[in-house]
Design a protein around this ligand. Structure first.
Ligand SMILES: [Zn+2]
Ligand SMILES: [Zn+2]
Length: 348
C-alpha cells in the first residue's frame, strides 16, 4: 500500500512510499482508512520537534471501517465504522495506566509516530482503542474525533461550566472545535481570538456565529464582561503572544485550559500577571477515555458546523494539504487515501 512516511530523523521531507501492510496480531484489527486528518503535531513530528520512530507512516487522527480481525478480537467489530484512540503500546501496568491514563503512559507508541499510522489505505491498530460510531456522524465529521477528544479532555480538566464566558485563543482546528464544544455545553458567550494572518479561519468562525477578535482582545473581552474578564480561557495557540493575551483577558480567579504546543524549548509568559489573576491553569496533554466518550456525542450535536471545518485533499496531494495548513488557508486539512493516486512513489 502507499503511505506518507517520515523516512529518518533529521530528514524533514516526507515521502509517499510503497509499504507492506502487516498482518494483525493478537487483539489487533486492520482498518480501511476513509479519512485521516493532518494535525499540528504531524508538522512537529516531521521536524523532529516531537518524538518519533522512523521510518514510520504518519497520521494519528482517522476514521474508517474495520476490515479484518486478528486473533481474540470481538467479532462484532467486523465491518463497523470506527474512530480510534491513538494510545497503542500503553503498558496497562504502570502508575499512570493504573490511574486510568494510558494516554500518558511512557510506553505509548501511537500510530503516526511510534508505529505505522493512517496516511495510507490501511492501518493496523489494537481493538481496545476503537470506538464504533453512531449513524448520525458522517465520515467528514468523524475524522475530527481525536482533536475533539483532546478538547473534551482539556475542558473537563478545566471544569467548563454552563454560563461561562469563554475566550478561545487560536482559531485553528482545535480552537474551532473548542468553541463549538463550549457553545454546545451552555457557555454564555464564546469569543475566538486569532491573528489577522488567519482571516479564512476567523471568517468561518464568525459565520458560525462566534464573535471573533484579532486585536485589543483583553480590552474587548473586559468590555463584554462588565470589566471582569473571561471565566475560562482555552489556550490553543501555543504562542507566547496568545498565552499573554489569554492571561490578560482572564478574570481574577478565572480558569485557563492549556492545549497548544509551542514547538519551542521555552516561552516567555507574564507569570506575575497570571499569579495576580489567581488563575487556575489546567495543562492538558493528549486525550483521556472520558474525553473520547464525550467527544463522539458532542460531535454528533455540532455535526452541521463541524462538517464545515475539514478541507479534503487526495493523499497524493499531501504537499498541498500541508501547505494549506501552514498558510492557515484552511481550518483542517484532511487526507483521503481512497482518492485516485497520480503522484510518483519513491522506492522503499
Ligand atoms: Zn492530533
Ligand atoms: Zn503504562
Amino acid at each position: 500500500m502507499i503511505g506518507l512516511i517520515k523516512v529518518a530523523h533529521g530528514n524533514f521531507d516526507l515521502e509517499l512510499r510503497d509499504v507492506a501492510l502487516r498482518e494483525p496480531g493478537e487483539g489487533e484489527v486492520v482498518v480501511r482508512v476513509r479519512y485521516a486528518g493532518i494535525c499540528g503535531t504531524d508538522v512537529h513530528i516531521a521536524r523532529d520537534e516531537f518524538p518519533s520512530w522512523p521510518p514510520v507512516i504518519l497520521g494519528h487522527e482517522f476514521t474508517g471501517t474495520v476490515e479484518r480481525l486478528g486473533p481474540s478480537v470481538d467479532p462484532d467489530l467486523a465491518g463497523r465504522r470506527i474512530v480510534c484512540e491513538p494510545h497503542a503500546g500503553a503498558c496497562h501496568v504502570c502508575h499512570l495506566c493504573r490511574r486510568g491514563h494510558p494516554e500518558l503512559c511512557a510506553s505509548k507508541r501511537s500510530p503516526g509516530w511510534g508505529m505505522n499510522g493512517a496516511f495510507a489505505s490501511h492501518v493496523v491498530v489494537p481493538a481496545w482503542l476503537l470506538h464504533p460510531l453512531p449513524a448520525g456522524i458522517p465520515d467528514g465529521v468523524a475524522v475530527l474525533a481525536e482533536p475533539m477528544a483532546v478538547v473534551m479532555t482539556a475542558l473537563r480538566h478545566a471544569s467548563l461550566a454552563a454560563g461561562d464566558f469563554v475566550l478561545v485563543v487560536g482559531p485553528g482546528p482545535v480552537g474551532a472545535l473548542a468553541a463549538l464544544a463550549c457553545r454546545a455545553a451552555g457557555a454564555s458567550n464564546v469569543v475566538v481570538a486569532g491573528r489577522t494572518t488567519s482571516p479564512a479561519r476567523l471568517e468561518l468562525l464568525s459565520d458560525m456565529g462566534f464573535t471573533t477578535l484579532s486585536s485589543d482582545v483583553p480590552d474587548a473581552v473586559r468590555g463584554m464582561t462588565s470589566g471582569r474578564g473571561a471565566d475560562l480561557v482555552v489556550e490553543c495557540s501555543g504562542s507566547a503572544q496568545g498565552i499573554a493575551i489569554g492571561i490578560e483577558a482572564a478574570r481574577r480567579t478565572g480558569r485557563m485550559a492549556s492545549i497548544g504546543l509551542s514547538g519551542q524549548p521555552a516561552l516567555e509568559v507574564p507569570w506575575d500577571l497570571a499569579t495576580s489573576r489567581a488563575l487556575d491553569v489546567a495543562f492538558s496533554m493528549s486525550s483521556s477515555f472520558e474525553g473520547w466518550e464525550a467527544a463522539i456525542p458532542v460531535l454528533a450535536r455540532v455535526a452541521a458546523d463541524a462538517a464545515r471545518l475539514p478541507t479534503i485533499f487526495p493523499l497524493a496531494s499531501w504537499r498541498d494539504a500541508f501547505a494549506a495548513l501552514q498558510s492557515r488557508s484552511v481550518v483542517k486539512a484532511v487526507l483521503d487515501p481512497t482518492a485516485p493516486t497520480t503522484a510518483s512513489v519513491a522506492e522503499s
